[in-house]
Design a protein around this ligand. Sequence first.
Ligand SMILES: Nc1ncnc2c1ncn2[C@@H]1O[C@H](COP(=O)(O)OP(=O)(O)OP(=O)(O)O)[C@@H](O)[C@H]1O
Ligand SMILES: [Mg+2]
Length: 265
Amino acid sequence: MMLSLTEIVKYFHRGSVNEVLALNGASLEVKRGDFVSIIGSNGAGKSTLLNCVAGCFAPDSGSIVVKGTDVTSWPEYKRAAYLSRVFQDPLRGTCASGTIEQNLAMASRRGKRNTLAMGVKKREREEFREQLATLKLGLEDRLKDRAGLLSGGQRQALTMLMATMVRPDILLLDEHTAALDPKTSAQILELTDQIIHEQHLTAMMVTHNMQHALELGNRLVMMHQGQIILDVEGDEKKKLQVQDLMERFYAVRGETYSDDRALLV
Ligand SMILES: Nc1ncnc2c1ncn2[C@@H]1O[C@H](COP(=O)(O)OP(=O)(O)OP(=O)(O)O)[C@@H](O)[C@H]1O
Ligand SMILES: [Mg+2]
């Protein structure tokens, strides 16, 4: 098993009037090579689940095991060796004041020492050029441009490349195309799918777009109130349609679904 989450409980502001039970005994077994789409309404606990995997904070109870090692109490920096993340905000993944090649050089040296002291070597530059060309955005001719000059979509494409340059065991994507226009979002998703398949990555992707959740990945998980309430994979997932998911959404809230409510989730 690549990742085992067992009975994860996470409170925020525990014991105060603002207490939130963000994860309420969430359990998930992610196999090597699984590509899991995660859906659920606002506040369902999706980001908190990913944050627990990344080690942003320790859960109040439950365990996180990666490739047989219990990492529940490991700090974030220690987990970074096997894990990459891409967030919704394109500004978070890249360093705006650094050039494209400096950003890529940083990413390629993840987990190694002396990262800042080294300049970009000629051989590296050629590699970066080739990798950037695969994005088909013309970035291979802009190695010396600062990342801050790029559009949101270009930055998110660069971030995807950086996140997977040193192959991570687990790739975490938290609504990583939500801030992009529909066309750019589709391009980044295609790139995501391509990278995950080519590198045989294990990935968890949070999205509010049910169509995307159905199209991508071999597995689909739905969260509600800090719990995993639906987990389907393989052929069963392929048969799922948006309407099935909508019905589930409303069923867990004790409501019934009708077509005119489709946009309210
Ligand atoms: N750092 C935090 N401090 C306090 N409360 C938090 C924190 N992070 C999350 N929460 C709360 O935990 C609950 C779950 O939040 P989470 O961000 O995991 O939801 P989500 O499913 O990612 O929602 P969204 O779709 O809106 O991104 C929410 O009630 C949220 O307000
Ligand atoms: Mg979230």
